[in-house]
Write a protein that binds this ligand. Structure first.
Ligand SMILES: O=C(O)CCC(=O)C(=O)O
Ligand SMILES: [Fe+2]
Length: 227
């Protein structure tokens, strides 16, 4: 497997700070419906309700001391593999997937994904677009969120976003809790055929698959005290 990202080079966003790749139509409409079907087939206790979204955690609970790995179900493993084979995890395989569901008006506060998954995060969007916003980190002098805003990316349904290194490390990302998005010139991945600044896009329910590689894992047998 190649460790460089040559295959992804055409999808690299040059306007965005290094490094982001955006691949529209990474999956087909029928793959999208299949994945949504699988997400909604999960037993109810698999969902965790948070303020502004709900989520499913697959692959184990990431922990600073290491993640106790649980095998991904086949329907997620296929896509974890499809993303990994692009080389985004430097030859390793993704072993963790977070499923987030946002109904219109939901969002996620600006945050960093932290050291457990560094340096790559990949996200497949299902069901609806959203706009992901990037901010410079909070500073002690109490700057407003608006003044720390840097850029946005439009994540269309069926797309794949890969964030790496500096973009992952240097900026916070979040989704505003809105029911529609007005496109601006700060959206760094507009293409001539797509929405233009000034256009308004109404959000539907979006399910995202955040696919990551957690490097620090615990072996089952060690955890259970067996050899
Ligand atoms: O839904 C998304 O695209 C973002 C999710 C996210 O940032 C996270 O789960 O850490
Ligand atoms: Fe995140």
């Amino acid at each position: 497997m190649s460790h460089d990202l040559q295959d992804l080079e055409p999808y690299r966003l040059h306007q965005a700070p290094r490094t982001a790749y955006y691949i529209p139509d990474f999956i087909s409409v029928s793959e999208e419906s299949y994945l949504l079907q699988q997400v909604y087939k999960a037993p109810k206790p698999k969902w965790t309700q948070l303020s502004g979204r709900r989520l499913q955690n697959w692959g184990g609970m990431p922990h600073p001391r290491g993640m106790l790995v649980e095998k991904l179900p086949c329907w997620l493993d296929t896509y974890a593999h499809k993303v990994s084979s692009l080389g985004v995890f430097e030859g390793r395989e993704a072993n963790h997937v977070l499923v987030n569901e946002y109904t219109p008006g939901d969002g996620i506060m600006p945050h960093e994904d932290g050291p457990l998954y560094f340096p790559t995060v990949s996200t497949v969007s299902l069901g609806s677009h959203t706009v992901l916003d990037f901010y410079r980190p909070r500073s002690p002098d109490g700057t407003t969120e608006e003044s720390r805003y840097e850029l946005s990316l439009l994540l269309e349904a069926r797309s794949l976003l890969v964030l790496r290194e500096e973009l992952y490390e240097r900026l916070l990302h979040g989704i505003r809790p809105l029911t529609s998005d007005t496109v601006t010139s700060r959206v760094a991945n507009l293409c001539p055929q797509g929405p233009r600044p000034g256009d308004t896009l109404t959000r539907g329910t979006r399910v995202s698959l955040t696919i990551r590689h957690v490097p620090k894992v615990l072996k089952n047998s060690i955890f259970l005290g067996k050899r």
